[in-house]
Design a binder for this molecule. Sequence first.
Ligand code: CO
Length: 211
Amino acid sequence: MPTPQQLLENNKAWAKQREQQSPGFFAKLNEQQTPKYMWIGCSDSRVPANEIVGLAPGEIFVQRNIANQVHHTDLNCLSGVQFAVDVLKVEHIIVTGHYNCGGVQAAITSQHFGIVDNWIRGIRDHFHQQQESFIGLSLEETADRMVELNVIKQVENLSHTRIVQKAWEEGRPLEIHGWVYRLSTGIIKDLDVSRKHADDIEPVYRSVPRL
Ligand code: CO
């Protein structure tokens, strides 16, 4: 394991190389960021947002938490989404889960792990609600399917926020996507659950003026 001092040395070497490859790179980034993408992913160290989609610093605005969730009471995530949508004017928000996600695996067991139990409670509830759809699946297949269902749920949650609905009402281009990354291959699968219009939202969640 490298020491923190070595990490600082790595950083100096990286910055030097970047600047040599692209003179003025940091000065330009210092002025502004204009990413068109926001990434909501898992905190897992094996899923580094920029790297796996080939984007440079300044090109993707990132929010990560355990099991890539969008909770309606999470000021951290919602503040990030609002900043990305209203200020940076990102055009795509990608919720990316990953197979072999410890957070999802924890949610589908009956073990207790500590504070994180509260954080993953929604996934456990979702697993319980969907239990019939797992009949006949192996443990691994069940976990993989739950990872996908969780991403789909978070795409839905995101589309239900007032932030996203307001952007759509104003005709701003904004698409939400659901992807899953496979650690064993490095390949991302598009779940084809993109949403880009208020019509994509279940009626009960659509925000309309109060009567
Ligand atoms: Co994970």
